[in-house]
Write a protein that binds this ligand. Structure first.
Ligand code: HEC
Length: 177
């Protein structure tokens, strides 16, 4: 029994030692161009999905497809999100091409999150990616308006319609955002 415990302790010490040597060796590439290897990708993707799923309970989805909220949602989306995610007829900015993981393009995408997941992500952001948290600067009503526009309006707009909304509504009325 003592031998087994000694073996386990020594194994743990060796593993921790190897991890510490790896960290201090500088081998890990923290640059945006050094993409995750398969193991890191697996760990991060699963940790992200499970973490988000666990935090969705208790989020009450308000009435969606609420056309009264679309303009407000559009104004915030156009101002703060299209830089990275693009929109109808709008390519993401250059800065988004240097990001890893790449921000998904939402226009005409079939792989969209559900409303509570989108709301949670917009409010909280995603750590270790470029997805910012908008909760510190936007109340829940605004975040739901963005969510509703993103999930229920944007994909139905043509590039021309999106452009005409830009001409009409470009700046959010509320200076505090
Ligand atoms: C600086 C770039 C950047 C900005 C600005 C940004 N995002 Fe993101 N967003 C990202 C990245 C990168 C990801 C992918 C993260 C990942 O792969 O885990 C992401 C992921 C998301 C997701 C999850 C997509 C999915 O398929 O699960 C949603 C929803 C989202 N963003 C919405 C928004 C909205 C709405 C805004 C504006 C209020 C916004 N983002 C602004 C970079 C950005």
């Amino acid at each position: 029994m003592k031998k087994i415990i000694l073996f386990i302790v020594l194994t743990l010490v060796v593993i921790i030692g190897v991890i510490i040597i790896y960290i201090y060796s500088g081998s890990y590439n923290v640059g945006q161009l050094g993409h995750h290897n398969a193991m890191a990708r697996w760990a991060l993707t699963n940790a992200k999905q499970e973490s988000i799923n666990k935090r969705l309970k208790g989020i009450k989805v308000p009435q969606m497809n609420d056309s009264a909220m679309f303009v407000m949602g559009f104004q915030h989306y156009n101002e703060m999100c299209s830089t990275c995610h693009g929109g109808p007829g709008v390519d993401p900015d250059e800065l988004s091409k240097g990001l890893y993981p790449r921000p998904p393009k939402f226009y005409k995408s079939k792989d969209m999150p559900g409303p509570s997941e989108a709301f949670w992500i917009i409010k909280n952001g995603i750590t270790m990616t470029a997805m910012p948290a908008f909760g510190p600067t936007h109340n829940d009503q605004k975040i739901w308006a963005i969510t509703d526009f993103l999930l229920n309006k944007m994909n139905k707009m043509s590039p021309e319609e999106y452009q005409s909304w830009k001409n009409k509504y470009s700046k959010p009325d509320d200076p505090s955002n």
